[in-house]
Ligand binder design. Structure first.
Ligand code: C2E
Ligand code: CA
Ligand code: CA
Ligand code: CA
Length: 274
């Protein structure tokens, strides 16, 4: 795969070698991928920590590059962010995830759909309209949509961000603060944000002194009336820990990996009642 990657870059940029050339080639390929339908969305179930039942999932974009297989977002989201392609890409993911959730909504069990939103998207003047349209065209109950934002979204322009967050909530959409604790969020920021959920970054769940870190974040979140979802649960010990520390939701490879809709659906529809 690595070989193919280098070759495809070389065809575009004979000058090669420079990181800029590679980046430009990747950007061009990504732009084409958006147009030709090479992007797809995988869904990772999120479970209730106490019930153990799946109640939702997170939409995670992938790039199916011919001859290179599935490329994880870490390898192209940064380029998408820098080039601005994240805006059309993000809109596509949002619409696709809403369509999927609306399809599942008609089944016997509603599925909460979480969608990642980058700062660049959030700063678009028409972001509210984009979300409203995605809901309208899919028919998804707005209460089933959760937008995941990072602290960077808010820090650039807190007042404008808070106004937009309130407008989004007025649509009925819920909001989660992603990767909590990895940025620079202050307690006062947390106090002023109209959000519903904190997602604890997996570095805290998996790292040193996880008990102290996760415990502190859960207390803080609950004191603010927020739900807490622990990410990156890979072992039974980590699951025990986040359950005993009163996390509300759990997400991680131990329980389910991100997978295509057809597979995620089987997990989300739950085991048949005994
Ligand atoms: P994120 O939003 O923090 O998403 C969680 C990431 O952790 C996902 O990686 C997921 O596959 C991974 N993960 C889940 N459980 C475990 C676990 O138990 N162990 C480990 N090691 N990892 C786990 P993924 O899919 O590679 O996505 C990486 C990041 O790319 C996301 O981090 C998010 O920041 C970004 N991303 C993905 N899709 C989108 C999108 O549609 N839009 C935007 N703006 N960003 C996206
Ligand atoms: Ca996320
Ligand atoms: Ca996260
Ligand atoms: Ca993360």
């Amino acid at each position: 795969a690595k070989q193919a990657g280098r070759n495809s870059v070389r065809t575009y940029e004979p000058s090669m070698g420079s990181e800029t050339a590679q980046r430009l080639a990747l950007e061009r390929d990504l732009r084409a991928a958006l147009a030709t339908g090479e992007l797809l969305v995988h869904y990772q179930p999120v479970f209730g920590a106490v019930s153990g039942q799946p109640h939702g999932c997170e939409a995670l974009v992938r790039w199916a590059r011919p001859e290179q297989g599935l490329i994880p977002p870490g390898q192209f989201i940064p380029v998408a962010e820098e080039s601005g392609l994240i805006v059309p890409l993000g809109t596509w993911v949002l619409r696709e995830a809403c369509r999927q959730a609306a399809e599942w909504q008609t089944g016997d069990r509603a599925v909460e759909m979480s969608v990642n939103v980058s700062a660049r998207q959030f700063e678009q003047p028409d972001f509210l309209t984009i979300v409203r349209d995605a809901l309208a065209e899919s028919g998804l109950d707005p209460r089933l949509l959760i937008l995941e934002l990072t602290e960077s979204v808010v820090l650039r322009n807190p007042d404008a961000a808070i106004t937009l967050l309130k407008d989004l909530r007025d649509l009925g959409v819920r909001l989660a603060l992603d990767d909590f604790g990895t940025g620079y969020s202050s307690l006062s920021l947390l106090r002023s944000l109209p959000i519903d959920t904190l997602k604890i970054d997996r570095s805290f769940v998996q790292g040193d002194r996880a008990e102290v870190m996760v415990g502190a974040i859960v207390s803080l979140a609950h004191a603010f009336g927020l739900h807490v979802v622990a990410e990156g649960v890979e072992t039974a010990a980590q699951l025990d820990l986040v359950q005993s520390l009163n996390c509300d939701g759990v997400q991680g490879y131990l329980l389910a990996r991100p997978s295509p809709a057809s597979e995620a659906r089987l997990i989300l529809s739950g085991s048949p009642d005994p």
